[in-house]
Design a protein. Sequence first.
Lengths: 411, 475
Amino acid sequence: LKRRWRPHVGRARRLAKTWWKAFRRTGLGRAVILIKAAITMAVFLYPVWWLHINVVSSRISEVPLSLAVSFIGVQIAGICVQLLASTSAKKVESMRTARSERLRPVIRGHIAAQLTGVDRLTELRVLRRRAIRDVEVCLVEYLTAIGGEAHGRICELAVKLDLVKRWSRRARRGRRDCKQAVEYLGQLTPDLARPALLPLLKNPKMAFEPIVYRALLRCASSEDLSVLFRNAASAPLSVQAMLAGELRDHAAVLTAVALPAVLKDGTPHQIVGALRMGAAWRCPLPLAVGLAMMRNHDPKVRAGALKLIGFNRLDRLTENLIVYSLDDPDPQVKIVAMALAGRFRLAAGLSRLMSLAHHDDGELGRAACMTLSMLGATGEAFLQNELVTSDARSAGRAAESLARLRLLEVA
Amino acid sequence: MLDILVHRVYFFFESGIIVYVFTINFIYFFLTLIAYFSLRKHHLHFTPVEQDALLRSPLLPALSLIVPAYNESATCRESVGGMLRLDYPNYEVVVVNDGSKDNTLQVLIETFHLYKSAQVASGTLVTKPVKQVYQSADPVRLVVIDKVNGGKADAINVGLNAATSPLVMVVDSDSLIESTGLLDMVKAYMEDPERIIAVGGTVRAVNDCDVEHGRVKTIRTAKSHLANFQSVEYLRAFLGGRVGFSLMNALLIISGAFGLFRRDAVLEAGGFDGDSIGEDMELVVRMHRLWLEKKKPYRIAYVAAPVCWTEVPDSLKILHRQRKRWQRGTVESLWRHREMLFNPRYGVVGMFAFPYFAIFEMLGPAVEFLGYFLTILGLVFRIIAPPIAILFFSVSVMFGILLSTSAVVLEEFTICRFPSWKHSNRLFFSAIAENFGFRQLLTFWRVQGLIEAIKGKKGGWGAMERKGFNVVKRA
């Protein structure tokens, strides 16, 4: 019986895990916010009840009136609290700024002295207790400004002041100031930064924060790069966009090792992400891999792969693949194929493009006309002919494409 | 006997109104609390380093800014100039002059050195004819389309036809976008590009702020109380309501002054409705409806950080006209999609957001007005005692003040665009003062709008007389 049920239990467990992951990603945060709002609402309403029972009802016998008076009292208190909070927040901020202006030169002086070999650890420890944020800021200023051996000494100082532990803790918690902590950690020497930063890739709150990748890239080994790339491929587009530039310096290594690995065994989402980053680096996709990708059922994968195939040198096989893709059932793939046909001026695709120019989907028709306008005399002649023989919609598309062609020529 | 009956009927209505007022205020308050926690969590997600990385990224999608304009000669120079100087690497500005009666087109031609282009704005959306397309001789991607007057929605549709990017942003021609506004909006879209079909941003009052080179240089409250009251109102609506609705994916309005849309999604929905007065709300409701009917996963999001500054009416006459128009737009949009009301097929939108808008936004002014009327009637005919009337009026007004001050505090603790004490104190004063007279006046105007909508009054452009921006000139 156990053996019979085992696969079902395993499947249910996997399903529950997937659901829980999805809920954590989208629903949990929302639920937490709703619960917090509900609790605050209750905290606001409870004093109304308390005032009504303990204070007002003894003076006003009618329950609705007593409740109304209590409610007004709480509302006035609420408004006053808000005004007070706003004023005090500004006051505290100005006081903090004034104190920082006073203390930071002192802290900087102590750190500079420490760097030159004078022992100022005791003074810095005292200052750390009094104004830890100012000590952090000053130390990081030195970390970013100084390199070489002195950089190592400042890192040592950060360890001695227990700041590295504090930053790791803050980064793990994933709260409001976690990004700052990660940024600080990223300034440390690789032997200190790497062990603190790598676990963050498994932390659901921090796994897709670009700042973690930026920090890690400063201290990553070549094996770490593959892990980073795989993680980045699963990240949202916004994160990938931020990382595309950062990872570009390592594009050669990544396209040789990490990209094929993700294309081989990644999830569809990862594959699309990896292809997208490859396109950002204009990395050509080997045709053998490209052909396999073009057989994928997911149109996003096919469109992404075709874009990368377009970075190859044009040969007979690539040309055939592009022309063949003009017949792809998905409009995304068709549009990429049309863009490539226009770029490579593929006369072989003319007949297909001509039929696409009359497509019911207006956008496809428009793209086909644009491509035809790039294909030289034959395409242009077709568009000229469309102006007089075709229906108003197709004629409009043709006119637009020809006008753009003229503009390009003038430019 | 009749006396008792009258009393009973009176108290039935009066109690109903009290329950109604409490419910609406509690919902507002709950939405404001949701907004507070949500903004605290999400607001600081974008550091300058990340912003820089994103700006340099080759994966940033191209964007077309669609700017419908009608009689905007006073502000179009500054606003279009500002739009051409935004921090975004890959975008074009498409200004659609909807047959302006003033010299808007001439101002644009002279300021931006436009020449007649052979380009034709063809596309899938059916619109009024285009007279001429102009392009800038300067190295900026500016297209100005002059067309036959057909209303704001028609002008936007022409812009949609002409747009060449996958993302379009609709911006009013009297508005100034913050330099990183586009990036903030696009970043929100890029969080989930498969599902997000539209993103809304915040609109705030620019009156009396210093403007230099099409950008807001110094942010301050307006000198006029009327503009400040509207500032508080905008804060309450955008930071309070919309964040809460966005969290539930039930946002029914994306302001026509500042909204990002996926072009293919708008085309799939059929574009903006030329017959509608509240074309922005109508499109968003229609998108919700279509996507829910097709059972396609989607999200319509709101982000608080990107701000679009717009001139708010400085005179009661124009404000009156604007509010009546907005109310007519709301009624019309809701009526057109009335099948969604309490329809479980449309999920949270059908069961919460739509009923909320129908019951509280559409009918709210009428109920509030009835409340004032019945209270006065009760006082005149001595059905209720003056202290009781004053007490319940105070509860309602105090709730209004609490909500307004909450919106101001929300702004201060999350976005914080008013750095000086002087301006935030003035805003606090407006948050309190607007509840004595201004709110009641708005209620009355909205009732007028409701009546006009029932009568079936139509409207074209909601044009207002512009004072122009407070432009700072360098010595």
